[in-house]
Write a protein that binds this ligand. Structure first.
Ligand code: SAH
Ligand code: SF4
Length: 355
């Protein structure tokens, strides 16, 4: 079911969505407009969800008229696909250079989660991932990351004042840390969406230096590590990044992150039938999980066309989880949402219903 929303941009000034409040104030200062106008603009856009400057009644007429020379308030055009049960939506944003980027919103009984992309494609070539098959096209800019959140919020009419954001869409967020961290600061702004650090999680395949860099930034966001194997031999086969930063180094960095930020690190484990789902794997995974403040998130493999991996049977998933429970601090099995619209984990890569 596709609905199209077109608001097509021809770039003029920089996108509003990539401007921190300080940078927006600097641009306004160039026109002789005082800094508090930046606060007002932030409030209109992020809190009142008004993007038409003509309706921003407390701004001076001249600023309303000339806003296009300060910033571009438009969002990229987008298409949206809805899952049969209506809980999951996949959004495809059409970026100015023709790139397409995908984001997913998922509603469960307790919350709404927005899964956002950080790159067009990905360079890391994990063998089970649709995005990995595309190669890296380019990094997203901060505004293109914030725009994904705004597009999803608009589509859901901002009915949820509490939502979580996970950087688990296309791309490796820590390979694009400058733009990802800038977007997080913008999402975090108390005069903007005011999204607390506890509501944001960054998932990485294991770029060790950038894990440390992220900790040093003091953003306090949650960290998820894509583990997926319990031996270096298998992990290096599945995820080439392991050859550069093997398990020991990765777990040390994850542990340090958890301690610095004071949060449990999520260990993500995609279950590939007959590959990494043995009882020995479960025991080794439990031992890893006990080494650091952590929780384990099991993700049954989501099929990717052209790849031969198999999702384990529900019984095998249960057996793996049951083996972990008594030995690992916290274990959850991720519900697969949005498989039929190619919106589940690892399926983002330009596939849409009908492909
Ligand atoms: N690049 C980041 C974040 C995006 S992927 C990372 O790798 O962590 C989000 C999660 O889905 C990761 O844990 C990833 O390994 C996992 N994943 C990738 N392909 C998958 C697939 N086909 N089925 C299930 N999970 C998959
Ligand atoms: Fe990139 Fe993550 Fe996919 Fe690996 S799993 S190829 S790091 S997006």
């Amino acid at each position: 079911m596709a609905r199209e929303q077109f608001e097509n941009p021809a770039p003029i000034a920089p996108s509003f969505f990539g401007l921190s409040r300080v940078r927006l104030a600097e641009r306004l200062a160039g026109l002789g407009v005082p800094g508090f106008r930046a606060d007002q603009l932030y409030s209109w856009v992020y809190q009142k969800h008004q993007r038409d400057a003509g309706h921003m009644s407390n701004l001076p007429a001249a600023l309303r008229r000339d806003i296009d020379s300060v910033c571009d308030l438009r969002l990229p055009a987008s298409s949206v696909f809805e899952s049969r049960d209506g809980t999951t939506h996949k959004f495809v944003l059409h970026l100015h250079d023709g790139s397409r980027v995908e984001s997913v919103s998922m509603r469960s009984a307790r919350r709404v989660t927005f899964c956002v992309s950080s790159q067009v494609g990905c360079a890391l070539m994990c063998r089970f991932c649709a995005t990995g098959l595309m190669g890296l096209k380019r990094n997203l800019r901060a505004d293109e990351i914030v725009a994904q959140v705004m597009t999803m919020g608009d589509a859901l009419q901002w009915r949820d004042d509490r939502f979580n954001i996970v950087f688990m869409g296309m791309g490796e967020p820590l390979a694009n840390l400058p733009a990802v961290s800038e977007a997080i600061r913008i999402l975090h702004d108390e005069r903007g969406l005011n999204l607390g650090a506890r509501r944001i999680t960054v998932s990485t395949s294991g770029l060790v230096p950038q894990i440390r860099e992220l900790a040093a930034m003091g953003l306090q966001v949650g960290l998820a590590i894509s583990l997926h194997a319990t031996t270096d031999e298998l992990r290096s086969q599945l995820m080439p990044v392991n050859r550069r930063w093997p398990l020991e180094e990765l777990l040390d960095a994850a542990c340090e992150y958890g301690r610095t930020v004071g949060r449990r690190v999520t260990l993500e484990y995609t279950l590939l039938g007959g590959v990494n789902d043995s009882m020995e794997d479960a025991d080794r995974l439990a031992a890893f999980a006990r080494r650091l403040p952590s929780k384990v998130n099991l993700i049954p493999y989501n099929p990717v066309p052209g790849l031969a991996w198999k999702r384990p049977s529900p019984e095998a998933v249960d057996a793996f989880a049951a083996r972990l429970y008594p030995h690992a601090p916290a274990v959850t099995v991720r519900n697969t949402m949005g498989g039929e619209i190619w919106a589940a984990c690892g399926q983002l890569g330009g596939l849409s219903p009908g492909d």
